[in-house]
Unconditional design. Structure first.
Lengths: 117, 111
């Protein structure tokens, strides 16, 4: 089945550790996004990428890092510099700038819930 | 920064009633989209309306867009208990490639 897969579903991190969240898509989409969602809140954009080997900061990039070495994959690393990392993280993909924003939608994974212990 | 603000924050209705949610945004846009999120899950796209469109329908959903007021509304007609979810608007600000979400409306439909 085509879709976007996030793993793991639940992740626990000790303070001071870096952790990496996986996001893989087989939709042949050019654009990928990472969002953070806190309880009862909307989604805030962390990073996004329109093409391989290129990405841009969103509104809350501090304490996070990403890479886009392959079209299918856009992993997010939550570093120890992120002071309040406990949240629900959502990855999304869409066709890309040329077609996406006039006429299509984003597809989301099922999310990773990160908890600092 | 949140581009969109939904109103109301929460809405409770009975099955069969209509539900209306509103979204206001700050800057000019390419398009506006509505998404649904069941508790603890990913988001699902519902409908997209372009900046040059004023109204769009999809099944029981009706979306309007007023670019002069920078606002949109989502109407769900003849609601069902299964419509219980959070609903978000999202915009692509003009001349950007970001997808920015609003704060969401939590809809509860009682059987």
């Amino acid at each position: 089945d085509g879709g976007i897969t996030q793993s793991p579903k639940y992740l626990f991190r000790k303070e001071g550790q870096n952790v990496t969240l996986s996001c893989e898509q087989n939709l042949n989409h050019d654009a990928m996004y990472w969002y953070r969602q806190d309880p009862g809140q909307g989604l805030r954009l962390i990073y996004y990428s329109q093409i391989v080997n290129d990405f841009q900061k969103g509104d809350i990039a501090e304490g996070y890092s990403v890479s886009r070495e392959k079209k299918e994959s856009f992993p997010l690393t939550v570093t120890s510099a992120q002071k309040n990392p406990t949240a629900f993280y959502l990855c999304a993909s869409s066709k890309g700038w040329e077609s996406a924003f006039m006429n299509n939608e984003a597809f989301f994974g099922q999310g990773t819930r990160l908890t600092v212990v | 920064s949140q581009q969109g603000e939904e109103d109301p924050q929460a809405l409770s209705i009975q099955e069969g009633e209509n539900a209306t949610m509103n979204c206001s945004y700050k800057t000019s846009i390419n398009n506006l989209q509505w998404y649904r999120q069941n508790s603890g899950r990913g988001l699902v796209h519902l409908i997209l309306i372009r900046s040059n469109e004023r109204e769009k329908h999809s099944g029981r959903l009706r979306v309007t867009l007023d670019t002069s007021k920078k606002s949109s509304s989502l109407l769900i007609t003849a609601s069902r208990a299964a419509d219980t979810a959070s609903y978000f608007c999202a915009t692509v600000p003009y001349n950007t490639d970001k997808l920015i979400f609003g704060t969401g409306t939590r809809l509860q439909v009682f059987p």
